[in-house]
Design a protein around this ligand. Structure first.
Ligand code: FAD
Length: 554
């Protein structure tokens, strides 16, 4: 068995190591265009920012180790230029010597990844417009920022990588502006979930230009600017350099040229074993089109976890194992200047776009028991099917404990669980780690309560900040002090503790939307009023979610 693997980083290196563990005699040839195999792409921004001090730390499995430990034939600075499916060969060019040769294969694994998207904006190919995909890109950026050489940078795109780069350039003392086409940072999340993060990013000195885009990059030669970035809004931003982080496109040209089936978004179509339309050829990682774990529909999600698992599955299948890829859930996490945002499954935007039925709840529990020092709030949004309670997805933002909750819910989705299961799961608890009712249980209690009809909910999006014509009543059950500090316009204030005595002040001919600060007192008020025959709902996530949703800065 001779396996040739194109691309030697996440998916490719994982497939190669697995192949060796499964078969000691197979010939495994790993061909990589770059100078280093198996490097940590995910660590690149932190090397640029100085958090990861040594470049060597990024070399997860250097070529020599792959050769010695796994007896792999690692060929770096070599590029596959064509695939001949009839002959079962690939053409290779040695980028050092220019030499061309042909290599045969029994099985081919394509793990060529995805390249940063570079739209045809004037000046985008200029010397001061960077991207961050590999070590060479990181070296270039490092050179520009180390030792205080650059003062200002513009980042185009506020996705994961854009935000990570912003954080690391701020760490290097640069004045950073982030330009983003849509009206939010971190577009995979729903907008109201990231509003507090936008404020936090601004507080770190970053200028955010949302709903704007770069129209051109023009070379300049002033003392502190090599570049002028012109925005659609007409603004001109001088910068020492710009970084374009506006998404990636699968590097599937080799496969397309060889007549392998390609999906509508450019990914190589694969089956559950990661085989392409040619059964001798597999595709894994960012270059592959896979299925969405929840819906089974085709999707492309460029993440390291899926790439690594798919590499293993391709190798397993080559050696006769019936391993199958179950689909990608899109579980992801990002650090934002000391805060954390994580998500799994489908967002509300995705569900709405696909016209799927859903209900949602927001909660704001502490990451651990409030009586133990250092507790910090987590905002958690859970999306679920309104009939059977199956979980569509979850998003969380906070400082600590966010990863744990989203990982638990990711596992619940993987196991096909419902919100009723989240009520029942037993999670670890001591006061410094969680609560006896963990945020995951709480999300289950609230969501299941909604489905059981115990407490109907209203959502912040349905309570606009300046709607004076609504035919229902808004009731604030917080204390007068909380009410005075800020409330929804036209709301009447009856603190929860006085509600039983003052119920006569409430209308009986109109719906009442109740709220408190995070939803808990609102829940109790909803129950109380329902017992007394009122038509009532609780504002999910309370005033806190409402404020996040209608943050006036946006
Ligand atoms: P890659 O790891 O990109 O490897 C593809 C390799 O193929 C490249 O080295 C390329 O040089 C080589 N290649 C391409 N064409 C050829 C050819 N013709 N011949 C030879 N070699 C070729 N994901 C996360 O889950 N979490 C994170 O925190 C995270 N952070 C990231 C930060 C950055 C800056 C970047 C760039 C990515 C990050 N990712 C993260 C995404 C993650 O790195 C990718 O999803 C993952 O590396 C994909 O693996 P892959 O094997 O498909 O492609």
């Amino acid at each position: 068995m001779k396996i040739v693997i194109i691309g030697a980083v996440a998916g490719g290196a994982s497939a190669a190591a697995r192949a060796r563990r499964l078969d000691e005699d197979a010939e495994v040839v790993l061909i990589e265009r770059g100078a280093e195999p198996s490097f940590a792409n995910c660590g690149l921004p932190y090397y640029v920012g100085g958090e990861i001090e040594s470049r060597d730390k990024l070399l997860v499995a250097p070529a020599e180790r792959l050769r010695q430990r796994y007896r792999l034939d690692v060929r770096t600075r070599q590029e596959v230029t064509a695939i001949d499916r009839d002959e079962q060969t690939v053409s290779v060019r040695n980028l050092e010597t220019g030499e061309q040769y042909v290599e045969s294969y029994d099985r081919l694994i394509i793990s060529t990844g995805a390249s940063p998207f570079r739209p045809p904006i004037p000046g985008i190919d200029g010397p001061h417009v960077l991207e961050l995909r590999d070590l060479a890109d990181a070296d270039r950026m490092y050179e520009l920022v180390a030792g205080g050489k650059s003062r200002r940078a513009v980042i185009v795109g506020a996705g994961f990588i854009g935000i990570e780069v912003a954080e690391n350039l701020v760490r290097r003392g640069l004045d950073v502006t982030v330009v983003e086409l849509v009206n939010q940072i971190l577009p995979p999340w729903d907008p109201e979930m990231v509003r507090p993060l936008e404020d936090h990013v601004r507080q770190q000195g970053v200028t955010l230009k949302l709903s704007d885009s770069a129209e051109s990059f023009e070379e300049a030669s002033s003392d502190d600017a090599n570049l002028i970035v012109r925005l659609k809004s007409g603004e001109e931003l001088p910068a020492c350099f710009a970084v374009v982080c506006i998404g990636v496109r699968p590097e599937s040209k080799l496969a397309a040229d060889a007549g392998i089936e390609i999906g509508p978004r450019g990914g190589i179509v694969t089956n559950d074993h990661m085989q392409t339309s040619d059964p001798h050829i597999y595709a894994v990682g960012d270059v592959a089109q896979v299925k969405d774990f929840i819906t089974g529909e085709p999707t492309q999600v460029p993440l390291a976890g899926p790439a690594n698992r798919q590499g293993r599955i391709a190798a397993d299948h080559i050696f006769g194992r019936d391993s199958r890829y179950r689909g990608t859930q899109g579980t992801a996490i990002v650090g934002v200047f000391g805060r954390t945002a994580a998500l799994t499954g489908h967002s509300e935007k995705m569900l709405r776009k696909a016209n799927r039925p859903y209900e949602k709840i927001y909660i704001h529990p502490g990451d651990h028991a409030g009586y133990y020092p250092g507790a910090s709030p987590i905002t958690l949004k859970l999306l679920f099917h309104p009939e059977d309670g199956r979980i569509w997805g979850a998003q969380a933002v906070g400082t600590t404990g966010v990863d744990k909750r989203i990982d638990v819910i990711a596992m619940a989705i993987h196991a096909g669980m419902t919100v009723y299961d989240l009520e029942e799961v037993e999670l670890c608890y001591a006061p410094q780690y969680g609560s006896a009712k963990d945020p995951v249980n709480m999300a289950g209690f609230v969501a299941a309560g909604v489905l059981r009809g115990d407490h109907p909910v209203t959502h912040c999006q349905l309570v606009p900040p300046t709607d004076h014509e609504r035919d229902w009543c808004v009731l604030d059950v917080r204390t007068p002090t909380e009410f005075a500090a800020g409330h929804i316009h036209d709301a009447i204030n009856i603190p929860l503790e006085e509600l039983r005595e003052r119920m006569s002040e409430l209308p009986t001919d109109r719906h009442i939307a109740v709220y408190c600060y995070v939803g808990q007192r609102g829940y109790m008020a909803t129950r109380l009023l329902r017992h007394n025959g009122f038509d009532v709902s609780n504002l999910s996530g309370g005033f806190k979610s409402w404020e996040q949703c209608h943050n006036s800065e946006h």
